[in-house]
Design a protein. Structure first.
Lengths: 696, 490
């Protein structure tokens, strides 16, 4: 969630100041130039919302940013990710006047782009479009901000994305070391050390989005900045017309960054079978609004050069060819981090970690030479010049700083400070920030492959907790209103499927489906026959070219048969087949008659049906007809991330008075997984349990 | 764009026609600020001054790529992605003449070792061992004649980002970003590289070259359509290759990296007059070279081939499209977005979602390059339940639909707006602006072609689109290739 503002690759550009190399070629260069601030006109709309306008007619193209006074810090402890889900849903779910599809079409027709990000204490919506579409773009923006549709589908898509993020947090040494170090560096901050969990994401409901949205957009602290080819006067009028009439609340109190005290330890992120290691060391970085930030930028450069020099000089790690990357990850208002690290062979990871820690401990600002200081100044200015190499980026950056209380000229002021910082000031800042002391380090690897034991060179060695709490089953709403509404909608579903009497008369059911399954290796033909006999015996026989599989479940246990051999069902497969039996549509429709089922209504025609063994499913009903258009559930397989599955129903047919879908399309993680047609369906054909139990 | 997409062919979407036209409203400032000129030796330069930040980006575009490699020298063009990093011969060398002599000794040793290895490919021989020893000595001697890090050190110490180099089917592009006041240094170093390159790592680079990996289906297509055309060389590459020498690279540089075959675009905090002065001072010495010979452009179309032995069944339909610079090339850029651009993804929707004939579809606007006529390719992988004729019929019906009636204005507007926004977006930053302007300048002779292209996008109408479609999306301009997984049963 924080923004990456600076990446220094090793010490690639670290010697920029050393002009003698160029002098040898007979060329002379002047002092480093600073990034200029383009002209920006600041206004305030009649309701207090701030607007920054920067005209630049070079191209008929506009870049804009809306800064909203709401960040991750506002996420409740049990709903980390709420801000992210809210903002994503706001931008992808359409408005009360335009559907999500219409918004996509409009943006496409204008060649416009919109993206969002949620930071520590604020959120951003950034957009771009050709100048001729600025008016409709602002209309759309106003609609999105004021009257978002927040359909459940958009919310669920946003939730699915966050679940994937959680599931991939520790998937390889590089990402695991990053996640562990970030957490270690914020170990002492109550809010910032929190970690998003599946349960947090699952608990987010539409009403939470609406409440968060009201806080996001209701404050006069909101800021809007535009840069590019437009005429300021009419645009200003247009903004007043669209946004100036909003009822706003007074500016809320600024969020104060937390202390950012790190866990001073070497953490082992043990990843069995990792195959390689990633070693990383870091320290907290002050927010960009902090008075010491310019000095910290210089220290970052000097520290990076020092680390690279030390690592290069350490003969014990020379065979590792470590190419360390330094990354400064900062936010305007939250504590950030400064990392250095790289990939190495897992056998050598303890040696590299020791070398990194020793190098970090020996950094001394007092030992910096004037030449190194001058070099660092040039490097930092060059980095700023490369990062802010377009005036629209400068305006956006200035807007962020301005939003967080700095003057509009904060950027040129930072340049000026950088040029004038003395060594004494630098030493003082290094002392205050305890550059060599406030460090954490991480080794992410398979510890069994280490040749040496892990030694923190003075730092205690600890095991990092890489566990991800599994997602709890989604609890249905149990309040009286939700349950009563659930009963009503279930009755509607029953009626649409053929009526309660018909559904209750089903003693056995079978359907044969044929179609395509999409696998990473390509599509394959597949057919299967599902057979169910009351009360809960279920069998599935699958046929693919060269492969036949049968799975049987008697309501408690079962078996699987492949190529003539049958085995008892393993827990994962047992869970899967139970789920299949639980989700038979005509059975779900009778949930109110089944003692272990609970039905509740969660709005927008959606039923939540919970059953035995933690099974649950969401049934999306056509609000007019009551027919299920799709169902959604999770397939929990090995690994931390459960796979969200969605089955879409269409081409309905009537079989002996029961309506059954003629086509079933399945998506896993929103990716097309299978497409089947129902080629045959039968009710009460006299299938017996013994027939189902017969092994192939 | 999926399907035939291959890392070997990076196809820039932006293709600029030399359309006559007036600068559209909104592009006046760009037109006024953009300068271009050429040196007496034919080198073309474009400058887009932008004083937002004290940095510049420079792109050197060479109208030469893999299709220009001499027969038997596969990989020579792509080696320049790495050869450019060693800089001019004078940097880091103790003595250029002595280093050259040492390099000749290395080459003699290599030749001897190659001869001895050919005599005893599997076995041990004293002569071979002696040749290996000679080579080790010669290489060590050469290594002691120069500091290989000297050039990189100068680049780093002057704030240059690492060069971004890419060589594709018919062009080579090199890009740098650095502090604006170092432009003269760039001119000095790279003009010298063009005249006297170091090529210190030539043999190491040569020996690390992997086999060129091109999708076998693309190879088959190139072989079928471009058999007597430079693009066809991409299909025949690797067969009959001979070991390359540093001299081959020098000869390639002399014939291809000539002033008349290159363009330079500079975007950033710099004045055109300064660029002109320094370019004349440094690049004026680069030989003009021979202008590229005109090409017969022999292609074979109208054919339908069924080829077996591929990993997956795929149907490909290619239409011959004009080279970059032809007024109709804009049509194909828009066509690619009309067919498969967001949010509609019409081609995918038609074949994968609605008719359920294909498991995936792909589209490539220009295969394998843009310098000459090339192919607009649509591909589809049929579902296991689908027969190829049915899929082919559906694909042809899809393109037929574009001929039968004018496109809905909103669909055309979406494609044109997205393309226009993407180009305007590229022009916003120094690096992508310099890359775009250099390509336009090299291929069209004028960087202001970008403005005409943007105008053209705003002017395109459904009727005009349909009219152009009817000239190209026709049987006589088409090749159909069916790639089958297994041999048909007899």
């Amino acid at each position: 969630v924080s923004r990456l503002v600076l990446i220094l690759l090793g010490c690639a550009a670290a010697m920029w100041a050393q002009a003698p190399a160029a002098d040898r070629l007979g060329l002379k260069f002047g002092a480093p130039a600073t990034v200029p601030m383009p002209p920006v006109a600041a206004h305030q709309l009649s309701n207090g919302i701030r607007v920054l306008l920067s005209e630049n007619g070079l191209l008929p193209f506009i870049n804009g940013i809306v800064i909203l006074p709401s960040g991750t810090v506002e996420d409740p402890d049990d709903q980390i990710g709420l801000g992210e889900v809210t903002l994503r849903s706001l931008l992808t779910g359409g408005t009360r006047k335009r559907s999500a599809e219409q918004v996509r079409q409009d943006l496409g027709r204008w060649g416009a782009k919109v993206e969002q990000s949620v930071h520590h204490a604020h959120s951003e919506i950034r957009f771009s479009c050709p100048s001729e579409y600025l008016e409709p773009m602002l209309d759309l923006l106003e609609e999105l901000l004021r009257e978002p549709g927040f359909p459940v589908e958009a919310m669920e898509q946003a939730q699915a994305l966050l679940r994937m993020q959680i599931g991939t947090l520790y998937q390889n040494p590089e990402s695991a070391s990053f996640a562990v170090l970030q957490a270690a560096l914020r170990a002492q901050g109550r809010v910032s050390r929190r970690r998003m969990e599946f349960a947090h994401v699952d608990s987010i409901q539409r009403e939470h989005l609406q409440a968060r949205h009201a806080r996001m957009t209701g404050s006069r602290a909101m800021l809007l900045a535009l840069h590019g080819g437009f005429a300021a006067a009419p645009v200003r009028e247009g903004l007043e017309k669209r946004f100036g009439s909003w009822k706003t609340t007074p500016e809320v109190e600024r969020v104060r960054p937390e202390s950012g005290e790190p866990l001073k330890a070497l953490l082992l992120a043990n990843l069995p079978q990792a195959g390689m290691a990633y070693v990383r060391l870091g320290m907290p970085a002050p927010p960009m609004t902090h008075p010491d930030y310019p000095a910290f930028l210089l220290l970052t450069s000097l520290w990076s050069q020092h680390m690279n020099r030390c690592l290069k000089a350490d003969a014990s790690i020379a065979p590792e060819n470590l190419a360390p990357q330094t990354v400064l990850n900062v936010d305007a208002a939250g504590y950030g981090s400064l990392h250095i690290g790289g990939a190495v062979r897992d056998v050598a990871a303890p040696r590299v970690a020791q070398s990194l820690i020793s190098a970090a401990r020996t950094f001394s600002a007092a030992a910096v030479t004037e030449e190194q200081l001058d070099s660092a100044r040039r490097l930092v200015l060059l980095d700023l010049a490369n990062t802010l190499n377009r005036s629209d980026k400068v305006v956006q950056e200035a807007a962020r700083l301005h939003f967080h209380g700095l003057a509009m000229n904060a950027l040129p002021e930072r340049n000026r400070q950088l040029m004038g910082l003395s060594k004494a000031a630098l030493v003082e800042t290094a002392r205050k920030l305890q550059i060599s002391e406030r460090i954490s380090a991480v080794v992410a690897a398979d510890e069994r492959s280490f040749l040496d034991s892990l030694d923190g060179a003075g730092l205690p060695v600890e095991h990092a907790d890489l566990s991800i709490p599994p997602p709890p089953p989604l609890e249905p709403k149990t309040d009286a209103v939700s349950l009563a509404e659930g009963g009503k909608w279930l009755a509607k579903m029953k009626q649409a499927l053929g009526g309660e009497q018909r559904l209750a008369s089903i003693r056995d059911f079978s359907h044969r489906l044929a179609g395509i399954r999409y696998l990473p290796s390509g599509a394959e033909k597949l057919s299967y026959l599902d057979r169910w006999v009351e009360p809960n015996t279920f069998r599935q026989d699958q046929q693919a070219p060269g492969r036949e599989v049968s799975v049987f479940y008697n309501g408690k246990v079962g078996w699987v048969a492949i190529r003539g051999r049958s085995l008892p069902l393993a827990p994962a497969l047992l869970e899967q087949i139970r789920g299949e039996a639980f989700r038979l549509l005509f059975r779900l429709a009778l949930s109110d008659k089944l003692a272990d089922h609970t039905v509740s209504y969660i709005g927008s025609g959606i039923l939540h049906i919970a059953g035995p063994e933690d099974n649950w499913v969401r049934v999306y009903l056509d609000e007019e007809s009551g027919l299920p258009t799709r169902i959604a559930y999770r397939w929990v397989r090995s690994g931390p991330a459960p796979v969200p599955v969605e089955e879409t129903y269409s081409d309905w047919k009537v079989v002996d008075g029961l309506r059954v879908p003629g086509r079933v399309i399945t998506r896993q993680n929103s990716v097309l997984f299978s497409d089947f047609e129902v080629v045959e369906a039968r009710l009460n054909s006299g299938i017996g349990k013994a027939e189902l139990e017969k092994r192939p | 764009v999926t399907g035939f997409a291959s890392a070997v062919f990076r196809i820039a979407l932006i293709v600029i026609p030399a359309l006559p036209g007036v600068t559209a409203a909104g592009l006046d400032q760009l037109g006024a600020r953009l300068s271009e000129f050429h040196l007496n030796n034919g080198l073309r330069l474009a400058v887009l001054p932008r004083h937002d930040s004290p940095v510049v980006s420079v792109t050197l575009f060479v109208n030469s790529g893999m299709a220009d490699e001499p027969a038997g020298k596969t990989g020579l063009a792509t080696m320049f992605e790495r050869l450019i990093v060693s800089g001019p011969a004078s940097i880091g060398s103790n003595s250029v003449e002595a280093e050259q002599a040492a390099r000749r000794a290395v080459e003699t040793a290599i030749e001897r070792l190659e001869q001895e290895s050919a005599k005893s490919p599997d076995g041990f021989s004293l002569a071979r061992q002696s040749a290996e020893t000679d080579l080790r000595f010669a290489t060590a001697r050469l290594a002691g004649m120069a500091d290989p890090q000297a050039f990189a050190g100068i680049m780093k110490s002057n704030g240059f980002n690492q060069v971004r180099a890419s060589v594709d089917a018919d062009s080579s592009r090199f890009q740098w970003s650095f502090p604006a006041d170092r432009f003269e240094l760039w001119c000095k170093l790279y003009s010298e590289w063009l005249l006297k390159p170091a090529f210190r790592d030539f043999y190491a680079i040569r020996d690390s070259l992997g086999k060129r990996s091109i999708d076998p289906m693309i190879l088959k297509m190139l072989e079928t359509v471009f058999a007597k055309h430079p693009y066809g060389r991409l299909a025949s590459a690797s067969s009959g290759d001979k070991p390359m020498r540093a001299g081959d690279a020098e000869a390639f540089l002399r014939t291809q990296y000539t002033a008349s075959n290159m363009a330079v675009a500079v975007a950033g905090d710099i004045q055109p007059a300064q660029v002109r002065r320094l370019a004349e001072q440094y690049f004026g010495k680069v030989p003009a070279g021979q202008p590229a010979a005109s090409l017969a452009e022999e292609v074979a179309l109208g054919s339908e081939l069924r080829i077996q032995g591929f990993p997956q069944n795929t149907l490909a339909i290619g239409y011959l499209r004009p080279a970059q610079g032809h007024p109709d090339s804009l049509f194909f850029d828009v066509l690619a977005l009309v067919c498969n651009g967001e949010p509609e993804r019409a081609f995918h929707e038609a074949l994968v979602v609605k008719s359920r004939l294909a498991q995936s579809v792909g589209m490539q606007a220009s295969l394998p390059g843009q310098r000459w006529k090339s192919l607009f390719v649509m591909t589809a992988k049929p579902l296991p339940t689908v027969e190829t004729p049915e899929l082919e019929k559906a694909m042809l019906e899809f393109t037929g639909g574009l001929l039968a009636r004018p496109l809905e204005p909103a669909r055309l507007q979406t494609a044109a707006s997205q393309l226009r926004a993407s180009i305007l977006g590229e022009l916003q930053s120094n690096d992508s602006a310099s890359a775009l302007l250099a390509a336009v300048l090299a291929r069209h002779g004028s960087a202001s072609g970008v403005i005409q292209y943007l105008d053209g996008l705003q002017a395109i109408t459904p009727a005009e689109f349909q009219k152009t479609a009817s000239r190209y999306l026709i049987p006589g301009n088409r090749v159909v290739l069916e790639f089958r997984k297994e041999a048909e049963p007899q």
